[in-house]
Design a protein. Sequence first.
Length: 220
Amino acid sequence: MANNKSVLAQLLSSDAVKNIAKATNVSSSDVTSILTQALPQLLEGASEQKKSKSTVESFLNALQDHAKDDTTDLTSFFKNVDLSDGAKIVSHLLGADTSSTTSNIAKKTGTNSSTASAVIAAAAPLLMSVLGQQLTSSAKKTSSAKKTSSSSAKKTSSAKKTSSSKKTSSAKKASSKKASNTKKKADTKKKTSSTKKKTSKKDDSIDVSDVVNLIGKLIK
């Protein structure tokens, strides 16, 4: 399972740092210093989104949108990065602490608030894309596991029905043909009714509880 270490590794990779530095006109060393301080704060802010249904649903929608971004070519990715959108992401994740957090990061890294803000804003869309892709991957695995479990349950149920049917058949043979025919008709009606009642609904959607659990696992 992916965790914050893998997220940090991707955001602090030489390729990511180089492209963020180019997009913000800040040195690579300063970008690394700023992100080393900022990313844990942003991840904590992401973790806070799971505390209420409304925020987790909004966050899920944002993650799903950003998960569609192509992050295989970071040079191309950062050519299209929207710093204003990145600033909105940062503001959403850090909330009322955005300004103070940015100022503290600037002091710790020996830069200024505008430089720190630009770097963090440039990195934010990539952070959302990485988290979105990991969340989507985890959700698919969870859905697959549920389907496997459901399939096993159906096979077990089918085996029980087959065994029960054989026992019923033996009992029927011991009785008269008239009684046997009557029972067969009754059994047929019961099985048809049972099949209709036990038909399960197919639902591959991710519900809020799944998202909360997945975010908790991704961001520790």
